[in-house]
Design a protein. Structure first.
Length: 219
C-alpha cells in the first residue's frame, strides 16, 4: 500500500467529489471536519484520549487525504488526528519527508498499538503543535507496531530505531498524541526549565487568540 498511497488519495478525492455532486443535501452532520487545521499547545484537544475508529468509509479516507495536505503545508513528518482537533485513533506519517529529496513514504495508521518494546534510545524531537520547541526524548528502541490501514486491514511492522528506522521515532511520538500525551511530558524538570519561556509564549498566544487558558502543562 505504501508506494501508491499518494495516487490512491487522488483517486479518493475524485471519487468523493463525484459523490458530493450527486448529494445536494447532507443528511447527517459530518463526522470529520471539511477543512482541518492544526491546533497548537495548550489547545485542550491535545490532552484528550482519542476514540477508536470503527467505520472505514469514504469520509474517513477523505479526512486522511486532508490530513496529508495539512502535514505537507506544515512540513511535518507526522500528524495525529487530535492535532487537528479530531479525537480519533488515527495518525499519518511521511518519515522520508525529512530528507531533502522528492522521495516520499506516506502512511496511514489507524487504531495502532505497540508490542514487544525493548531497549531505549534518545532522539531530539519537535512537534507541529509546539512550534520552535525541540528536546531530547528517551523512548523504546525496538518494538512492533500493529495498526489498521484506511481500509481496515491490520498489519504488523517491526522497527529498530538505532538500526536506522527513523519511522520508529515518528510513530511513537504520534501514538502518544492518541493518548493525550505530548513529547514534553517525557522531559526531565531540568529540560522543562530550558523550554519554559517558549511554553509561556505559546500559552500567552493561545489566550490572546481564544480568551481561554487551555490545557496548560504544570511545571
Ligand atoms: Zn506531535
Amino acid at each position: 500500500m505504501h508506494g501508491c498511497t499518494g495516487v490512491m488519495i487522488v483517486m479518493i478525492q475524485a471519487h468523493f467529489a463525484r459523490r458530493c455532486n450527486r448529494m445536494s443535501i447532507a443528511v447527517s452532520p459530518p463526522q470529520y471536519p471539511s477543512a482541518p487545521s492544526l491546533v497548537e499547545y495548550p489547545h485542550p484537544a491535545l490532552r484528550r484520549v482519542a476514540e477508536p475508529i470503527t467505520v472505514f468509509d469514504d469520509q474517513l479516507r477523505q479526512f486522511c487525504a486532508r490530513m496529508f495536505v495539512v502535514m505537507e503545508n506544515e512540513k511535518g513528518v507526522g500528524l495525529a488526528a487530535p492535532q487537528v482537533g479530531v479525537s480519533k485513533r488515527l495518525f499519518i506519517t511521511d518519515h522520508l519527508r525529512k530528507k531533502d529529496t522528492p522521495e516520499r513514504d506516506p502512511r496511514i495508521w489507524i487504531n495502532p498499538r505497540i508490542e514487544a518494546a525493548e531497549g531505549t534510545q534518545v532522539y531530539e524531537e519537535g512537534c507541529l503543535s509546539f512550534p520552535g520547541i525541540y528536546a531530547k526524548v528517551t523512548r523504546p528502541n525496538r518494538f512492533d507496531i500493529i495498526a489498521q490501514d484506511e481500509w481496515g486491514v491490520e498489519r504488523r511492522q517491526s522497527l529498530d530505531v538505532t538500526a536506522g528506522d527513523f519511522l520508529g521515532i515518528v510513530v511513537q511520538h504520534e501514538l502518544d498524541h492518541l493518548d493525550g500525551r505530548v513529547f514534553v511530558d517525557h522531559l526531565t524538570p531540568v529540560q522543562l526549565t530550558l523550554i519554559r519561556r517558549k511554553l509561556s509564549d505559546l500559552e500567552k498566544a493561545y489566550k490572546k487568540s481564544t480568551g481561554q487558558v487551555g490545557a496548560v502543562l504544570r511545571r
